[in-house]
Design a protein around this ligand. Structure first.
Ligand code: C5P
Length: 243
């Protein structure tokens, strides 16, 4: 059953898919285990979720052969004891990893945030805003930003441009994406086609997805230059004493 509007007593969990190998960053440790300011990217992402007041449980989806390693890593970084943290093994695709994370949620969780491990610097206020929008009755919520670049649609066979969507109507979406739990579980049980985010599955069910303001610091660490940018953001936060 979808949640009813304006229910402020709903319990919220965050699922963090962190089972990817991060090949676009080049050779080396899996992306989630690379460090920023001396702290693994995954630990930053878990902290961002545990710092949100709304979140009571964080489920980290680890590489299938990396559950013990992720568990030891999180133990060694002293996360808040007031929050539950579970670690489960992930799958071949992001979609499968999220599905396995959802399957590990206990009864009593009504709102689920799905957050990429690869977005370590998401501000806690944005996490709270996404959770609040779901608690206020939206079945699916994504943070999004207007685009700086014009986007072209191409024919992949020829690289010829086939269309130019109106830029003002486009948003680049980030995570955490927030969902009424039953809606997200249904989407994962029903949609089998490839999607690049969870909201895309909910859209295919014909359920409305709401966009709330994203944040430029919630960018995904994907390419080597993103690591440079992330280090700079962290240095600025540390200079300002903001974490
Ligand atoms: O590859 P991409 O950057 O889109 O991955 C987004 C998130 O999904 C990352 O946090 C990654 O660790 C996770 N993922 C996963 N299981 C996979 C593939 C990706 O949890 N099999």
């Amino acid at each position: 059953m979808p949640t009813s509007a304006k229910d402020t007593n709903l319990s919220t969990a965050a699922v963090i898919p962190a089972a990817g190998r991060g090949v676009r960053l080049g050779p080396g440790a899996p992306k989630a285990l690379r460090t920023l300011g001396g702290i693994p990217i995954l630990v930053h992402a878990v902290r961002a979720m545990t710092h949100a007041r709304a979140v009571s449980l964080v489920v980290v989806v680890a590489p299938p052969d990396g559950v013990a390693e992720v568990s030891a890593l999180l133990d060694s970084h002293g996360l808040p004891e007031a929050k539950d943290i579970k670690i489960v093994a992930g799958g071949e695709t992001r979609q499968e990893s999220v599905r396995l994370g959802l399957a590990a949620l206990p009864d009593g969780i009504d709102v689920v945030l799905v957050h990429d491990a690869a977005r370590p610097l998401v501000p806690v206020e944005m996490v709270e805003a996404v959770a609040a929008a779901v608690r206020d009755g939206a079945p699916a919520v994504v943070p999004g930003l207007p685009l700086a670049d014009t986007v072209k649609e191409i024919d992949p066979a020829t690289d010829a441009v086939v269309g130019t969507p109106e830029r003002a109507l486009l948003r680049a979406v980030q995570t955490p994406q927030g969902f009424d739990r039953a809606t997200l579980v249904k989407a994962h049980a029903t949609i089998t086609s490839d999607v690049t985010d969870d909201a895309g599955m909910v859209e295919q069910l014909g359920i409305q997805v709401l966009v709330v303001p994203g944040h430029e610091e919630a960018f995904k660490v994907t390419r080597p230059l993103d690591l440079v940018l992330a280090e700079a953001v962290l240095a600025r936060r540390r200079a300002a004493d903001v974490f």
